[in-house]
Design a binder for this molecule. Structure first.
Ligand SMILES: [Ca+2]
Ligand SMILES: [Ca+2]
Length: 341
Protein backbone atom coordinates (compact mmCIF):
# COMPACT_ATOMS: atom_id res chain seq x y z
CA UNK A 1 0.00 0.00 0.00
CA UNK A 2 1.34 3.39 -0.92
CA UNK A 3 1.08 6.25 1.52
CA UNK A 4 -1.41 8.96 0.86
CA UNK A 5 0.62 11.81 -0.51
CA UNK A 6 -1.48 14.78 -1.45
CA UNK A 7 0.66 17.66 -2.49
CA UNK A 8 -0.22 21.30 -2.64
CA UNK A 9 -1.19 21.60 -6.28
CA UNK A 10 -4.44 19.76 -5.54
CA UNK A 11 -5.81 22.84 -3.86
CA UNK A 12 -6.21 24.40 -7.28
CA UNK A 13 -7.06 21.36 -9.37
CA UNK A 14 -10.18 19.26 -9.51
CA UNK A 15 -10.29 15.92 -11.23
CA UNK A 16 -13.47 14.17 -12.26
CA UNK A 17 -12.86 10.46 -12.17
CA UNK A 18 -15.31 7.84 -13.32
CA UNK A 19 -14.69 4.13 -13.23
CA UNK A 20 -16.48 2.71 -16.24
CA UNK A 21 -16.46 -0.85 -15.08
CA UNK A 22 -15.40 -1.74 -11.57
CA UNK A 23 -16.61 -5.31 -11.61
CA UNK A 24 -13.14 -6.76 -12.09
CA UNK A 25 -11.56 -4.67 -9.38
CA UNK A 26 -12.27 -3.74 -5.84
CA UNK A 27 -10.85 -0.32 -5.19
CA UNK A 28 -10.41 0.84 -1.68
CA UNK A 29 -10.56 4.46 -0.72
CA UNK A 30 -6.82 4.95 -0.53
CA UNK A 31 -5.28 6.67 -3.44
CA UNK A 32 -2.05 8.29 -4.27
CA UNK A 33 -1.40 11.38 -6.32
CA UNK A 34 1.85 12.82 -7.51
CA UNK A 35 3.18 15.09 -10.15
CA UNK A 36 5.84 13.39 -12.22
CA UNK A 37 8.87 14.80 -13.99
CA UNK A 38 6.87 15.55 -17.08
CA UNK A 39 4.47 17.72 -15.15
CA UNK A 40 1.69 15.18 -15.52
CA UNK A 41 -0.46 14.16 -12.59
CA UNK A 42 -0.48 10.47 -11.78
CA UNK A 43 -3.35 9.02 -9.79
CA UNK A 44 -2.91 5.48 -8.56
CA UNK A 45 -5.80 3.41 -7.29
CA UNK A 46 -4.77 0.51 -5.10
CA UNK A 47 -6.46 -2.79 -5.68
CA UNK A 48 -6.66 -4.43 -2.30
CA UNK A 49 -7.40 -7.82 -3.82
CA UNK A 50 -3.95 -8.39 -5.22
CA UNK A 51 -2.04 -5.17 -4.49
CA UNK A 52 -1.65 -4.41 -8.16
CA UNK A 53 -1.85 -0.78 -9.20
CA UNK A 54 -3.72 0.98 -11.91
CA UNK A 55 -2.19 4.30 -12.79
CA UNK A 56 -4.12 6.93 -14.64
CA UNK A 57 -2.02 9.69 -16.08
CA UNK A 58 -3.94 12.90 -16.28
CA UNK A 59 -2.98 16.05 -18.06
CA UNK A 60 -2.40 18.70 -15.49
CA UNK A 61 0.06 20.97 -13.85
CA UNK A 62 1.33 23.78 -15.99
CA UNK A 63 -0.07 22.62 -19.31
CA UNK A 64 -0.27 25.55 -21.68
CA UNK A 65 -3.77 26.54 -22.78
CA UNK A 66 -4.29 25.39 -26.33
CA UNK A 67 -1.19 23.25 -26.22
CA UNK A 68 -1.01 19.98 -28.07
CA UNK A 69 0.78 17.08 -26.41
CA UNK A 70 2.02 14.26 -28.62
CA UNK A 71 2.03 11.24 -26.33
CA UNK A 72 1.64 7.52 -27.03
CA UNK A 73 3.34 6.09 -23.95
CA UNK A 74 2.24 5.80 -20.32
CA UNK A 75 5.36 7.47 -18.91
CA UNK A 76 6.79 4.35 -17.31
CA UNK A 77 9.30 2.14 -19.12
CA UNK A 78 9.27 -1.61 -18.72
CA UNK A 79 12.21 -2.24 -21.03
CA UNK A 80 15.27 -0.58 -22.54
CA UNK A 81 16.43 -1.31 -26.06
CA UNK A 82 19.81 -1.02 -27.72
CA UNK A 83 21.31 -2.14 -31.01
CA UNK A 84 25.03 -2.40 -30.32
CA UNK A 85 25.57 0.82 -32.22
CA UNK A 86 23.71 3.84 -33.53
CA UNK A 87 20.05 3.47 -34.40
CA UNK A 88 16.94 5.59 -34.69
CA UNK A 89 14.01 5.03 -32.41
CA UNK A 90 11.01 6.94 -33.66
CA UNK A 91 7.38 7.54 -32.74
CA UNK A 92 4.53 8.31 -35.12
CA UNK A 93 2.00 10.85 -33.86
CA UNK A 94 -1.18 11.91 -35.63
CA UNK A 95 -2.60 15.21 -34.35
CA UNK A 96 -6.19 15.96 -35.27
CA UNK A 97 -6.50 17.91 -38.54
CA UNK A 98 -7.90 20.84 -36.54
CA UNK A 99 -4.67 21.02 -34.53
CA UNK A 100 -2.75 22.13 -37.62
CA UNK A 101 -0.93 24.28 -38.35
CA UNK A 102 1.09 23.21 -35.37
CA UNK A 103 4.32 24.55 -33.87
CA UNK A 104 6.39 21.78 -32.28
CA UNK A 105 8.34 23.40 -29.46
CA UNK A 106 9.53 20.66 -27.16
CA UNK A 107 10.58 17.01 -27.18
CA UNK A 108 10.82 14.85 -24.04
CA UNK A 109 12.66 11.53 -23.85
CA UNK A 110 13.42 8.98 -21.13
CA UNK A 111 16.75 7.18 -21.42
CA UNK A 112 17.93 3.89 -20.00
CA UNK A 113 20.98 3.77 -17.76
CA UNK A 114 22.70 0.65 -19.05
CA UNK A 115 25.76 1.84 -20.95
CA UNK A 116 24.15 5.28 -21.14
CA UNK A 117 25.31 8.33 -19.21
CA UNK A 118 24.55 12.02 -18.99
CA UNK A 119 26.59 14.04 -21.45
CA UNK A 120 26.44 11.52 -24.28
CA UNK A 121 25.44 12.91 -27.65
CA UNK A 122 22.01 12.33 -29.10
CA UNK A 123 20.24 13.77 -32.12
CA UNK A 124 16.55 14.57 -32.30
CA UNK A 125 14.91 14.17 -35.72
CA UNK A 126 11.54 15.61 -36.75
CA UNK A 127 9.82 14.40 -39.91
CA UNK A 128 6.42 15.14 -41.37
CA UNK A 129 4.54 12.46 -43.33
CA UNK A 130 1.34 13.72 -44.91
CA UNK A 131 0.56 10.92 -47.36
CA UNK A 132 -2.02 9.51 -44.97
CA UNK A 133 -0.98 5.84 -45.15
CA UNK A 134 0.28 5.68 -41.56
CA UNK A 135 3.61 4.31 -42.73
CA UNK A 136 6.79 6.31 -42.00
CA UNK A 137 8.59 4.32 -44.72
CA UNK A 138 6.73 6.31 -47.36
CA UNK A 139 6.53 10.06 -47.74
CA UNK A 140 8.46 11.11 -44.65
CA UNK A 141 10.20 14.46 -45.07
CA UNK A 142 12.92 15.44 -42.59
CA UNK A 143 12.08 18.93 -41.33
CA UNK A 144 14.60 19.53 -38.56
CA UNK A 145 17.46 17.97 -36.59
CA UNK A 146 18.84 18.96 -33.19
CA UNK A 147 22.18 17.97 -31.67
CA UNK A 148 21.64 17.52 -27.95
CA UNK A 149 23.15 15.64 -25.04
CA UNK A 150 21.61 13.30 -22.53
CA UNK A 151 20.76 15.26 -19.39
CA UNK A 152 19.69 12.40 -17.13
CA UNK A 153 19.94 8.65 -17.76
CA UNK A 154 18.07 6.94 -14.94
CA UNK A 155 15.20 5.05 -16.61
CA UNK A 156 12.55 7.40 -15.21
CA UNK A 157 13.36 11.07 -15.73
CA UNK A 158 12.08 12.91 -18.77
CA UNK A 159 14.85 14.78 -20.55
CA UNK A 160 13.11 17.89 -21.86
CA UNK A 161 14.53 19.58 -24.94
CA UNK A 162 13.32 22.97 -26.16
CA UNK A 163 13.55 23.02 -29.93
CA UNK A 164 15.36 26.12 -31.15
CA UNK A 165 14.08 26.97 -33.63
CA UNK A 166 10.68 25.34 -33.28
CA UNK A 167 9.28 23.19 -36.10
CA UNK A 168 6.38 24.42 -38.21
CA UNK A 169 4.00 21.68 -39.22
CA UNK A 170 1.27 22.47 -41.71
CA UNK A 171 -0.18 18.95 -41.81
CA UNK A 172 -2.57 17.33 -41.65
CA UNK A 173 -0.83 14.01 -41.23
CA UNK A 174 1.80 12.27 -39.15
CA UNK A 175 4.50 13.93 -37.10
CA UNK A 176 7.48 11.62 -36.64
CA UNK A 177 9.88 12.29 -33.77
CA UNK A 178 13.03 10.19 -33.63
CA UNK A 179 16.13 9.98 -31.48
CA UNK A 180 19.62 8.74 -32.46
CA UNK A 181 22.23 7.66 -29.92
CA UNK A 182 25.07 9.57 -31.57
CA UNK A 183 27.57 8.48 -28.91
CA UNK A 184 26.86 4.90 -29.89
CA UNK A 185 29.43 3.14 -32.05
CA UNK A 186 29.52 -0.32 -33.57
CA UNK A 187 29.83 -2.80 -30.73
CA UNK A 188 28.72 -0.37 -28.04
CA UNK A 189 26.70 -2.23 -25.47
CA UNK A 190 24.20 0.52 -24.70
CA UNK A 191 20.44 0.34 -24.12
CA UNK A 192 19.31 3.95 -24.40
CA UNK A 193 15.74 3.65 -25.73
CA UNK A 194 13.09 3.47 -23.01
CA UNK A 195 10.14 1.31 -24.05
CA UNK A 196 6.68 1.37 -22.47
CA UNK A 197 5.34 -2.14 -22.89
CA UNK A 198 2.09 -1.75 -20.97
CA UNK A 199 -0.13 -1.34 -24.05
CA UNK A 200 1.36 -1.08 -27.51
CA UNK A 201 0.02 1.56 -29.87
CA UNK A 202 2.08 0.05 -32.73
CA UNK A 203 3.37 3.54 -33.46
CA UNK A 204 7.05 3.02 -32.62
CA UNK A 205 9.67 2.21 -35.24
CA UNK A 206 13.38 1.38 -35.25
CA UNK A 207 15.90 1.93 -38.04
CA UNK A 208 19.50 0.98 -38.70
CA UNK A 209 21.66 1.58 -41.76
CA UNK A 210 24.10 -0.55 -43.74
CA UNK A 211 26.82 2.12 -43.47
CA UNK A 212 26.93 1.45 -39.72
CA UNK A 213 26.35 4.74 -37.97
CA UNK A 214 23.08 6.50 -38.72
CA UNK A 215 23.89 8.85 -41.64
CA UNK A 216 23.51 12.62 -41.48
CA UNK A 217 19.92 13.64 -42.29
CA UNK A 218 18.85 10.01 -42.32
CA UNK A 219 16.23 9.00 -44.87
CA UNK A 220 13.40 6.70 -43.89
CA UNK A 221 13.17 3.76 -43.94
CA UNK A 222 16.51 2.45 -42.65
CA UNK A 223 18.17 0.20 -45.25
CA UNK A 224 19.50 -2.42 -42.81
CA UNK A 225 16.84 -3.02 -40.17
CA UNK A 226 13.47 -1.33 -40.29
CA UNK A 227 10.10 -1.96 -38.70
CA UNK A 228 7.90 -1.39 -35.72
CA UNK A 229 9.60 -2.29 -32.48
CA UNK A 230 6.76 -4.77 -32.11
CA UNK A 231 8.04 -6.57 -35.22
CA UNK A 232 11.39 -7.08 -33.47
CA UNK A 233 9.66 -8.90 -30.65
CA UNK A 234 9.28 -5.97 -28.26
CA UNK A 235 5.70 -4.77 -28.41
CA UNK A 236 5.49 -1.28 -26.99
CA UNK A 237 5.92 2.44 -27.33
CA UNK A 238 9.11 4.47 -27.21
CA UNK A 239 9.01 7.06 -24.49
CA UNK A 240 9.46 10.02 -26.80
CA UNK A 241 6.96 12.86 -26.58
CA UNK A 242 6.37 16.14 -28.32
CA UNK A 243 4.63 19.30 -27.23
CA UNK A 244 3.67 22.48 -28.97
CA UNK A 245 0.96 24.95 -29.74
CA UNK A 246 -1.43 25.84 -32.48
CA UNK A 247 0.15 28.06 -35.10
CA UNK A 248 -1.56 30.98 -36.82
CA UNK A 249 -1.03 32.46 -40.25
CA UNK A 250 -1.06 36.05 -41.45
CA UNK A 251 -2.19 37.07 -44.91
CA UNK A 252 -4.76 38.86 -46.99
CA UNK A 253 -5.66 39.76 -50.53
CA UNK A 254 -3.52 41.56 -53.09
CA UNK A 255 -5.20 43.68 -55.77
CA UNK A 256 -4.14 46.01 -58.57
CA UNK A 257 -0.80 44.39 -59.42
CA UNK A 258 -0.13 44.69 -63.14
CA UNK A 259 0.73 41.53 -65.06
CA UNK A 260 4.46 40.80 -65.01
CA UNK A 261 5.02 43.01 -61.98
CA UNK A 262 5.98 41.85 -58.51
CA UNK A 263 6.46 43.16 -55.00
CA UNK A 264 8.06 41.83 -51.82
CA UNK A 265 6.23 42.09 -48.52
CA UNK A 266 7.39 41.34 -44.99
CA UNK A 267 5.85 40.44 -41.68
CA UNK A 268 7.63 41.70 -38.55
CA UNK A 269 10.58 42.81 -40.71
CA UNK A 270 11.19 39.31 -42.02
CA UNK A 271 9.56 36.29 -43.61
CA UNK A 272 9.97 37.89 -47.06
CA UNK A 273 7.24 36.93 -49.47
CA UNK A 274 7.35 37.73 -53.20
CA UNK A 275 3.91 38.32 -54.72
CA UNK A 276 3.54 38.09 -58.49
CA UNK A 277 -0.22 38.11 -59.00
CA UNK A 278 -3.43 39.40 -57.49
CA UNK A 279 -5.27 37.15 -55.08
CA UNK A 280 -4.89 35.81 -51.59
CA UNK A 281 -1.46 35.46 -50.01
CA UNK A 282 -0.19 33.97 -46.72
CA UNK A 283 3.15 34.38 -44.97
CA UNK A 284 4.95 31.09 -44.43
CA UNK A 285 6.07 31.65 -40.84
CA UNK A 286 3.50 30.65 -38.23
CA UNK A 287 2.86 32.88 -35.26
CA UNK A 288 1.81 31.94 -31.73
CA UNK A 289 -1.32 33.19 -30.07
CA UNK A 290 -0.80 36.72 -28.69
CA UNK A 291 2.07 37.40 -31.10
CA UNK A 292 2.16 40.78 -32.84
CA UNK A 293 2.10 41.02 -36.61
CA UNK A 294 3.10 43.97 -38.76
CA UNK A 295 2.99 43.74 -42.53
CA UNK A 296 5.04 46.14 -44.65
CA UNK A 297 6.08 46.44 -48.28
CA UNK A 298 9.81 45.84 -48.65
CA UNK A 299 10.04 46.62 -52.35
CA UNK A 300 7.35 47.97 -54.60
CA UNK A 301 6.73 46.95 -58.20
CA UNK A 302 9.14 48.58 -60.65
CA UNK A 303 8.10 47.48 -64.09
CA UNK A 304 6.11 49.74 -64.28
CA UNK A 305 6.38 51.52 -60.95
CA UNK A 306 3.38 50.93 -58.72
CA UNK A 307 2.64 52.27 -55.27
CA UNK A 308 1.22 49.64 -52.92
CA UNK A 309 -0.52 50.33 -49.62
CA UNK A 310 -1.35 47.88 -46.85
CA UNK A 311 -4.57 48.01 -44.85
CA UNK A 312 -5.18 46.34 -41.46
CA UNK A 313 -1.41 46.02 -41.48
CA UNK A 314 -0.76 45.35 -37.80
CA UNK A 315 -2.33 43.80 -34.72
CA UNK A 316 -2.20 40.93 -32.27
CA UNK A 317 -3.08 37.28 -32.91
CA UNK A 318 -6.05 36.37 -30.72
CA UNK A 319 -6.82 32.73 -31.38
CA UNK A 320 -7.50 33.02 -35.09
CA UNK A 321 -5.42 33.34 -38.22
CA UNK A 322 -5.36 36.75 -39.89
CA UNK A 323 -6.59 37.03 -43.47
CA UNK A 324 -7.53 40.69 -43.87
CA UNK A 325 -4.15 42.34 -44.39
CA UNK A 326 -5.08 43.55 -47.84
CA UNK A 327 -2.62 45.15 -50.23
CA UNK A 328 -3.72 47.49 -52.97
CA UNK A 329 -1.40 48.66 -55.74
CA UNK A 330 -2.09 51.88 -57.67
CA UNK A 331 -1.27 52.22 -61.30
CA UNK A 332 0.88 55.36 -61.27
CA UNK A 333 1.89 54.83 -64.87
CA UNK A 334 -1.74 55.00 -65.93
CA UNK A 335 -2.42 58.07 -63.78
CA UNK A 336 0.54 59.94 -65.29
CA UNK A 337 -0.52 59.04 -68.79
CA UNK A 338 -4.08 60.09 -68.16
CA UNK A 339 -2.96 63.36 -66.53
CA UNK A 340 -0.20 64.49 -68.82
CA UNK A 341 -0.64 62.97 -72.23
CA1 LIG B 1 3.69 7.54 -45.20
CA1 LIG C 1 4.49 1.34 -19.08
Amino acid sequence: MKNNKLTSFLTSQIFLISIVSSSAFAFDSDYYVERNQDNKVILSLDNTENESLIDLILMGGDEIQGATALVIDDGVAENFIGDGGQFIWLNRFTPAPTEFPFILEEVSVIFGDNGVTAGQDIEILVYEDTDGDGDPATGAVLLATYNETILTADQVTFNVYSLKPSVQLYGPGDVLIGVVNRSGAEGTNDFPAALDQTNTQVRSWAATYLVGDVPVNPPLPGDEQWGTIDSFGFAGNWIIRGAGTQGYTVGGTLSGLLPGNELIVQNNNGDDLTLTADGSYTFLTLLNDNDLYNVTVLSEPTGPIQNCTVSNESGTITGVSISNVDISCDNLDLIFRNGFE
